[in-house]
Design a protein around this ligand. Structure first.
Ligand code: UTP
Length: 301
């Protein structure tokens, strides 16, 4: 494949305006993106992944009740001073991960939860006329290099639009946006169509789109037309699908890594266990506990 020069991706949109109904009542007064995997909120994993992909401008699409997210990335002078007085240098270091350069994050409100496509559209003035990434923080991906970095590297070759693609069992395809595949080269898939939540038995493939995207400004223009797709929401999938025959086209990347659907209870619990077991300070204690718990349950059956 010829190597093209494509505009560097420096902006990322984080749509965090959803209602998070699957985590009610917790999400009544806290954003879903502040739910914590071990000791870091979901949004922190998303920001770290974006940074490692070279993103410098972070655009949060927020809503009422999400101010904890803004506070999380603000400076905390009193806490800093207290930790410094107590000589807790390790904790000060941990807090550094939440430091953002002044002006690096912009917050835009989505006034009504009209879907992911509408949320991205709300950021249009901040994105301007350049390619941009979209990260859904409730899709947490354990991968090295991190998923968005893999995508940015692949995008440097392909240009166009790129989505993260993952194989799902056919019975689960109707929960996702699904790719219609034109051709495949290694992990790269050339896409000829996309269907959001296809009815059972009609999915064009078993490759589903998950929450990482690199998009061209043309997708914003498509969203501007405000087409309403499946479920009465403004669908991002439809706006991307409109680009399959455009010059840059649409690509899927079969990324390397494990994705956890932290927007669902089961996925969130799996991620919690997996992330805890990957930590040196927790592995032994948790794994002993899990073994003992399972043994007790089996004995009781
Ligand atoms: P979800 O489909 O997971 O919806 O959105 P949700 O509202 O967050 O959660 P449930 O289904 O009610 O439990 C996927 C992503 O799109 C964002 C969400 O914040 C999440 O990151 N989103 C969704 C918006 O920003 N605005 C919307 O109107 C809808």
């Amino acid at each position: 494949m010829a190597r093209h020069k494509h505009t560097k991706v420096t902006k990322a949109v984080f749509p965090v305006a959803g209602l998070g109904t699957r985590f009610l009542p917790a999400t009544k007064s806290m954003p879903k993106e502040m739910l914590t995997l071990v000791d870091r909120p979901l949004i922190q994993y998303a920001i770290d992944e974006a940074r490692s992909a070279g993103i410098t401008d972070f655009i949060f699409v927020t809503a009422r009740g999400k101010s904890a997210l803004e506070d999380y990335f603000d400076h905390a002078p009193e806490l800093d001073a207290a930790l410094r007085r107590a000589g807790k240098t390790e904790l000060l270091e941990v807090l550094r991960a939440t430091d953002m350069e002044s002006g690096a994050i912009a917050y835009i409100r989505q006034h009504r939860a009209l879907g992911l496509g509408h949320a991205v559209w709300c950021a249009r003035r901040l994105i301007g006329d350049e390619p941009f990434a979209v990260i859904l923080p409730d899709d947490v991906i354990a991968g090295e290099p991190p998923c968005l970095r893999q995508m940015v590297e692949a995008y440097a070759e392909t240009g166009g639009n790129m989505v993260a693609a993952m194989e799902v069992p056919p019975a689960r395809a109707s929960a996702y946006g699904v790719l219609d595949i034109a051709s495949e080269t290694g992990p790269l898939v050339r896409v000829k169509g996309m269907v959001e939540k296809p009815p059972a038995g009609t999915a064009p493939s078993n490759l589903a789109v998950i929450g990482r995207y690199i998009l061209t400004p043309r997708v914003l223009q498509n969203l501007n037309a405000r087409k309403t797709g499946a479920g009465g929401e403004v669908q991002l999938t439809d706006a991307i699908a409109q680009e399959v025959n455009s010059e840059g086209g649409v690509w899927g990347l079969r990324f390397k890594g494990q994705r956890y659907d932290c927007g669902s209870k089961a996925g969130f619990l799996q991620a919690t266990v997996a992330f805890a077991l990957s930590r040196d300070d927790l592995r032994d204690e948790l794994s002993d506990y899990l073994h003992a718990l399972l043994a007790t349950q089996r004995a009781a059956q």
